[in-house]
Design a protein around this ligand. Structure first.
Ligand SMILES: O=P(O)(O)OC[C@H]1O[C@H](O)[C@H](O)[C@@H](O)[C@@H]1O
Length: 298
């Protein structure tokens, strides 16, 4: 059985396909609002900053009405708010739109009160401040003394230093050039391969070092990518054997990419050793077909 979800092959049991009930595979559109429109004259919530001081009193009224009831009754009553004028006002006040992203968030049916909003405001402000500090390079991982650079990786000019910006840009260039050279055949498998291009990628890495490439492969790959990708993302022996067996003779034209942020993850090393053994047994030269991500300072 192929272990694939939308074309991704993984040695992880959690990514293996399960029989999906039709109702889950094709969710009903009912109850899912696709678009939001405003009647003429209504005040659109466009461009509103995420402010916590705009709540109207509907939620407070409901909350007061509920005083003294037990939790279950509270939940049921909150769901019972049906006054269409109140709901409309609340909707108009609270609908959030992010124009650039084409994103709407409607929280108007959630049972929060003005008091709750006031109570949460300082915490939200603290969270926004903490986010800003992170984006400016505060140490987020004290154990490793590391900043988190996800924001900068997406937009290098946000990086807090010129050195980091240059590192990000040169690394991205190197990755793109390498990928282009593999796809074009400039970087080839060794002569033991019957074909002169790599046809498969075997990604070895776990946790975040597997989820990232899985996400990219799932979200960005075309329907018929020039190379197929498989993942060894845990130490399940049967899963690893399965991935290698599925490659069959294409092992000779497989590019193995070993990914680890720390460079010291035992499961990833196990995967690497297993794949190395498979290459040896097939009479192939592993070193000619493997790329281990270079880790600075490790
Ligand atoms: O990328 P690495 O350093 O090899 O770490 C891979 C993974 O190792 C462990 O499973 C951690 O819990 C994960 O957070 C991490 O993503």
């Amino acid at each position: 059985m192929a272990s694939s979800v939308s074309g991704i092959c993984s040695s992880s049991p959690s990514l293996k396909p399960k029989a999906t009930p039709a109702a889950v595979a094709k969710p009903s559109a009912s109850g899912r609002r696709e678009t939001v429109s405003f009647p003429s004259g209504a005040r659109p919530a466009a461009d509103r900053k995420l402010s916590l001081s705009l709540a109207r009193s509907v939620a407070r009224e409901i909350s007061a009405e509920l005083g003294g009831n037990d939790g279950v009754a509270k939940k049921e009553k909150r769901g019972l708010e049906k006054d269409s004028r109140s709901l409309w006002s609340r909707y108009v006040d609270w609908l959030y739109q992010h124009k650039e992203l084409g994103l709407f968030i409607d929280v108007s049916r959630m049972g929060f009160t003005d008091e709750f909003v006031a109570e949460m405001e300082p915490r939200f402000q603290a969270a926004f401040k903490a986010m800003e500090e992170l984006e400016n390079g505060a140490i987020a991982n004290p154990d490793e003394g590391r900043m988190v650079g996800h924001y900068w990786l997406r937009k290098a000019e946000l990086a807090p230093t010129r050195f980091l910006k240059a590192q990000i840009e040169s690394t991205l260039d190197a990755v793109c050039n390498f990928a282009a050279d593999v796809v074009s055949g400039k970087i080839k498998p060794p002569p033991t391969s019957p074909v002169d291009r790599f046809t498969q990628i075997l990604s070895v890495g776990i946790g975040g070092s597997a989820l990232g490439p899985q996400f990219v492969a799932e979200a960005l790959a075309p329907d018929n990518p020039p190379l197929k990708i498989r993942f060894i993302d845990n130490t399940d022996r049967a899963g690893i054997d399965h991935q290698i067996a599925q490659l069959g003779p294409e092992l000779a034209s497989t590019l193995v990419i070993v990914i680890s942020k720390s460079g010291g993850t035992p499961e990833t090393r196990n995967g690497l050793l297993e794949v190395q053994k498979a290459f040896r047994e097939a009479g192939l030269e592993f070193a000619k077909q493997v790329l281990v991500n270079p880790i600075r300072n490790n």
